[in-house]
Design a protein around this ligand. Structure first.
Ligand code: NAP
Length: 242
């Protein structure tokens, strides 16, 4: 499905990013993975056929610049960018520190913005490209204890819509994905009774798997989704009802 495509995936060291990296490779893509944790990247790429990885903290402008220079030096044609890296710093607003707010914005929104701007320059020259942004249903319906995280994800949805309108005439698509609860380190930490309470509200009665989100990313990034842009696709087992 992704033969002859080159894709950059951020947060490739674990969870959804790791699954997407392996699946893209299985579907024939060359994958360039970035993450803050080099050891985790190494592990992900032990199962990747074509591609390379680069340690990069997307909250740091100079590290993004280094990565983009590497892309240019290697003369890569980037067909797909998956903005997946993201963090949470959950707490109720009364306890939320300025730093809890700033770091989530710096990674989830500003990091995605800077990297996208640089990669879009290449895509415009190539006259084609696809950008997939990983949002969250928290950005669509809100979630207590997540005013910082949810607002970055709501912003990513609006970022996606605006970019799709800006770049459609350049043959560049831009799509967001809004997962519900997905079985990763993030949700593994939850106590059993809390998980069971969540399951009650999910029509499919379970959390999603990173592999299920990866399949959606691969489809939306592929030419099979050639008329889809500007929208947000929800993958949440029916939880939000959207
Ligand atoms: P994850 O397992 O924590 O994966 C995120 C990856 O991003 C980690 O490898 C992490 O590295 C990396 N990362 C963190 N900060 C970074 C930075 N500054 N620069 C580069 N890489 C960085 O989380 P996940 O659950 O797969 O989440 C992936 C995306 O899906 C996120 O955008 C998240 O908001 C979204 N999402 C997840 C869920 C869910 O239920 N899991 C639901 C909705 C949306 P470290 O391991 O070193 O931190």
């Amino acid at each position: 499905m992704l033969e002859n495509k080159t894709a950059i995936i951020t947060g490739a060291g674990s969870g959804i990013g790791r699954s997407a990296t392996k699946l893209f490779s299985k579907y024939g893509a060359k994958v360039i993975g970035i993450d803050i944790a080099e050891e985790n990247l190494k592990e992900t790429f032990s199962e990747v056929e074509k591609g390379w990885y680069f340690k990069c903290d997307i909250s740091k402008r100079e590290e993004i610049d280094k990565f983009v220079n590497e892309i240019k030096n290697r003369n890569e044609k980037v067909d797909i960018l998956v903005n997946n890296a993201g963090i949470t710093r959950d707490t109720l607003i009364l306890r939320m520190k300025d730093e809890d707010f700033d770091i989530v914005y710096k990674i989830n929104l500003r990091g995605a913005f800077i990297l996208t701007r640089e990669i879009v320059k290449l895509m415009i020259k190539q006259k084609e490209g696809v950008i997939i942004n990983i949002a969250s249903i928290a950005g669509l319906v809100g979630n207590p204890g997540q005013v910082n995280y949810a607002s970055t994800k709501g912003a990513i949805v609006a970022f996606t819509k605006s970019l799709a309108k800006e770049l459609g005439s350049r043959n560049i698509r831009c799509v967001a994905i809004a997962p519900g609860f997905i079985q990763t380190r993030l949700t593994d930490k939850l106590p059993e009774e809390v998980k069971n309470r969540y399951f009650e509200n999910i029509p499919l009665k379970r959390f999603g798997k990173p592999e299920e989100v990866a399949e959606l990313i691969a489809f939306l990034a592929s030419d099979k989704a050639s008329y889809i842009t500007g929208t947000t696709v929800v993958i949440d087992g029916g939880l939000s009802g959207i």
